[in-house]
Design a protein around this ligand. Structure first.
Ligand code: DGL
Length: 268
């Protein structure tokens, strides 16, 4: 069965695009829960319920689901894994590959936490992801001595979903200013929301060229390719489609605008 990529809306398309480029033959089911986006302003219980319902719908067509949504990964992944998924199914998140890249670890290196090259890290994410402290928790398993300053970027996902990139970029500038008041000289910045690569240039411009900006798409695609090498049973056949719980015409036109190629969504 094919691989599924889940997001609350359009942000996970940044991951979909990177996976498509890396594994062009791999059937991919992209599921956008656009009817309930944004997730980042909801509470953890609500995010867990929505994510679980979407992933259960995806199990009809796929065996492996990537939560290409930090908010869902932060609020729902651990709980879903602990409750158990159906036999033969797997659900993975997007934090761990990113943290492994930041801490220069190989995939699945579970050795004790150690000192790493960067120690002043800015995290930009949705309010729910910041509130969960999931990034700091996963980082603490792998690195010591890293100071993380998190900035909740209210409004950015809504502006992107509405296609209002002028507003999204203005909000990015104001969130970077707010971060700099707390941490004047970050060495690295994590775009901890899969929507934010769509405004990557605004983050980089506001942060300046001396700050390394990490975004997840390529990191997650490389990690998935590596995983599928080791677990080829997840590669076989399956459905290749883009589905949404929202209005397929509206979502298709936004997705086409963002990825600058024709994107055709159907109803989930
Ligand atoms: N793109 C998602 C993330 O990575 C979710 C954004 C949202 O729905 O608020 O966090």
């Amino acid at each position: 069965m094919s691989v599924g990529i889940f997001d609350s809306g359009l942000g996970g398309l940044t991951v979909w695009k990177a996976v498509r480029a890396r594994l062009p033959e791999q059937p991919l089911l992209y599921y956008a829960d656009s009817a309930h986006a944004p997730y980042g302003v909801r509470d953890a219980e609500d995010i867990h319920g929505l994510t679980k319902a979407a992933v259960e719908a995806m199990w009809r067509d796929v065996d492996l689901v990537i939560l290409a949504c930090n908010t869902a990964s932060a609020a729902a992944l651990r709980r879903m894994q602990e409750a158990g998924v159906p036999p033969g199914k797997r659900v993975l998140g997007v934090f761990v590959p990113l943290i492994e890249a930041l801490t220069e670890r190989a995939w699945g290196d579970n050795s004790p936490p150690r000192e790493v090259a960067v120690n002043q890290v800015a995290l930009f994410a949705t309010p729910a992801t910041v509130a969960s402290r999931a990034f700091q928790r996963e980082l603490s398993f792998r690195a010591v001595g890293v100071d993380v300053e998190a900035q909740a970027c209210g409004g950015v996902v809504d502006a992107i979903e509405d296609g209002d990139m002028i507003l999204a970029e203005a909000l990015v500038r104001s969130h970077v200013d707010a971060l700099r008041r707390k941490m004047p000289k970050p060495q690295a910045a994590i775009l901890g929301c899969t929507h934010y690569p769509l405004v990557h240039d605004a983050f980089q411009a506001a942060l300046g060229p001396e700050v390394t900006v990490y975004s997840q798409a390529d990191i997650v695609a490389a990690s998935l390719a590596d995983y599928l090498e080791r677990r080829p049973e997840f590669r076989e056949g399956g459905r290749d489609a883009l589905v949404t719980t929202g209005d397929p015409d509206r979502v298709s036109s936004r997705a086409t605008q963002f990825l600058r190629r024709p994107m055709r969504f159907e109803a989930a």
